[in-house]
Ligand binder design. Sequence first.
Ligand code: TXD
Length: 319
Amino acid sequence: MARKKIALVGAGQIGGTLALLAGQKEMGDVVLFDIAEGMPEGKALDLAQASPVEGFNAKLGGGNDYSVIAGADVVIVTAGVPRKPGMSRDDLIGINTGVVKTVGEAIKTYAPNAFVIVITNPLDVMVWVMQQASGLPPERVVGMAGVLDSARFRYFLAEEFGVSVEDVTAFVLGGHGDTMVPLVRYSTVAGIPLPDLVKMGWTTQEKLDAIVQRTRDGGAEIVKLLKTGSAFYAPAASAIVMAESYLKDQKRVLPCAAYLTGQYGVSDMYVGVPVVLGAGGVEKIIEIELSAEEKAMFDHSVDAVKTLVDVVKKQEAGK
Ligand code: TXD
């Protein structure tokens, strides 16, 4: 059976890291696209030269012509501009909408059967723009944010409890970042829900609240430290587990920005919810009962996304 093909549109900080991870995990052949002249080829050649050392077999290529993505099984999109200190994710909407629209049209032309994972910010809107521009079925267009937000949450919790990150599960809903809705009662250490751990004296509600806030601010904390860009190792690792679940039909249950058709009372929008990811893409949207407080936070998150989608719709109408 021929190797799968993974196309990375945007070969910057995240794109380059995606390529290395996809190679190391021997997920298939990897191609990098970018508008920066020579850079995608340069990174592909450098990564290819790591393959004998790392011990993986993959064809690695790159280019500035969208035809390089032809026939890709998975396309991971990071094309666009990242935040600088003081910028919100929403500030990127003007530039990145145009970029993602162009990428969507290229995917429609060259890789219409692909599973598309969007990373570009503001994520929840960009994934909607991607689905509209590419015309791919919504179950094959998702956004990566929840896996990253829950990974940040899990890491901070593991630090607080002094346990392995592998035994911490975290459940997040809603938009990426500031309006993220972490479900404390569904987050656990080895299946023990966080509220029980408070009762058991493992932590306090105040410490949990602080961890939730630090998770919400996780992106901005790194942007402030890096000064020249945003996080890229954890975002790349997060998108790779989503790609792997699709390629290997793993049926992982992962928080993704997925297209809702009435679930959680939301229609015709992309929002972060738990889904089953398999060979069919988003195979199931998991709809859980929310408390009044959780529902209010979720609806606030949906409203924030809706506002940005309306901005894009107005931009489109104004053209
Ligand atoms: O969780 C999440 N979804 C977020 C997403 C986590 C972290 C970063 N988030 C966003 O991903 C970030 O705000 C950016 O919008 C993207 C990519 O972040 P990255 O750190 O990889 O940015 P880089 O290093 O600037 O890479 C972007 C590349 C760069 O090489 C540009 O030349 C290229 O995108 N680029 C384009 N490619 C194709 N077409 C166009 N028009 C274009 N414009 C820039």
